[in-house]
Design a protein around this ligand. Structure first.
Ligand code: OSB
Ligand code: MG
Length: 382
């Protein structure tokens, strides 16, 4: 049983150690939306809304998410007795379109709260089975191939199990060729275009087949499932969908149309853990591998992702880099670390999200906050 007494929204600023460039823009100082959820019984937990500052990845931003949570989503949950977190997805989804990252932050917070109150780890509550999960690294677009090669070589030496290269038109084939030549044939390499190409680029992209990539992530726009199917027919490299998969129905469409062979599950993008589990289960039945993507999260979002990635069909390395790859100091302790084999431990012996949240540091980093309570919010959809 969960009954949310109040939720505190906070925006913190956290500087990335180095800017991260994808085809649609660059991120340097992260504005991060955190939720602290407090149960009527006194239990507390944290969740992270993974929306970025600008709509360069999906249409949401942290400002749209703040509005959606305050005005439409949180009022549906506050003060209401819920038997378990698995009912929250449908409550938030009914007659409210989109805003998946806003929904996910609340929904995942409810799962974490249920784990707290039932004295389970989040991994156990979700059905996770593994004590550690393999991680890969996602390398942003660099000004020239040698700079990317340098980072890729260092990442392999650090133990990462998969090297993902961001690409965009004009910075693709030669970059991938250089990294493959430097790393040799036995390292798992993949590329991610973040929707930068169109069906006019099919002949160009087919050249990537020469480099033995593990997969090519989201070459075309989120809605371009037919064009993606055409590309998949022309390429031997497996296409992986990220932005296209916003719920379990899109995963079914991908399978039916042949638009891809692998799915990157980001719980924020699909509206939370219930949808993530549904996609995970569907893909397990269809022999489609899945892996857990990343959104340059703080240690709070990372805790949620690591718990999800401990489910059995997360059979490929996730974008689950340790804290030190992103931040001078994280907001959780212990910080997330990776061993020499590129494995991240799942804190299955700890209750809830499995790390302590550094509330003093969060206080110091907070630039705005708002407390949402049942009595103080307008119920927009009575
Ligand atoms: O497409 O997976 C993506 C970062 C920003 C926007 C989109 C993506 C990414 C990443 C980062 O690849 C992965 C990470 O969090 O380390
Ligand atoms: Mg991606």
């Amino acid at each position: 049983m969960i009954c949310l007494d109040h939720i505190t929204l906070r925006e913190i600023r956290l500087a990335l150690k180095e800017p991260f460039r994808i085809s649609s823009g660059v991120m340097a100082d992260r504005r991060i939306l955190l939720l602290e959820l407090i149960d009527a019984g006194g239990a507390t937990t944290w969740a992270e809304c993974v929306a970025f500052q600008r709509p360069i990845y999906t249409p949401e931003t942290i400002d749209t998410a703040w509005l959606a949570i305050r005005e439409w989503l949180a009022p549906r949950l506050l003060g209401r007795s819920l038997p378990s977190a698995d009912v929250v997805h449908d409550i938030l989804d009914e007659n409210i379109r989109g805003h998946n990252m806003a929904k996910a932050a609340l929904e995942m917070g409810c799962w974490a709260l249920e784990a707290e109150t039932r004295d389970l780890s989040l991994s156990q509550l979700l059905g996770g089975t593994r004590a550690s999960v393999p991680t890969g690294i996602s390398l942003g677009i660099q000004p020239a191939p040698p700079l990317l090669v340098e980072r890729a070589v260092a990442a392999v030496a650090a133990g990462y199990n998969k090297i993902k290269l961001k690409i965009q038109p004009g910075q693709d084939v030669e970059y991938v060729r250089a990294v493959r030549a430097a790393l040799g044939d036995h390292v798992e390499i993949m590329a991610d275009a973040n929707a930068a190409y169109t069906s006019d680029d099919i002949d160009h992209l087919v050249q990537l087949d020469a480099f033995g990539l593990l997969m090519l992530e989201q070459p075309f726009g989120a809605d371009d499932l037919l064009a993606l199917a055409e590309l998949q027919r022309r390429m031997s490299t497996a296409i992986c969908l990220d932005e296209s998969i916003t719920d379990v129905r899109r995963a079914r469409d991908m399978i039916a149309l042949g638009s891809g062979k692998i799915i990157n599950i980001k719980p924020g993008r699909v509206g939370g853990f219930t949808a993530s589990k549904a996609i995970h289960d569907l893909c397990a039945e269809a022999a489609i591998p899945v892996w857990c993507g990343g959104m340059l999260e703080s240690g709070i979002g990372r805790a949620h992702n690591v718990a999800l990635a401990s489910l059995p069909n997360f059979s490929l390395p996730g974008d689950l880099s340790p804290s030190a790859r992103y931040w001078a100091a994280d907001i959780v302790s212990p910080e997330w670390t990776m061993d020499a084999g590129g494995m991240v431990g799942v804190p299955r012996d700890r209750r809830g999200i499995g790390v302590d949240v550094d509330t003093q540091r969060i206080d110091a980093l907070t630039v705005r906050s708002e407390v949402l309570r049942a009595e103080s919010v307008t119920v927009a959809f009575a």
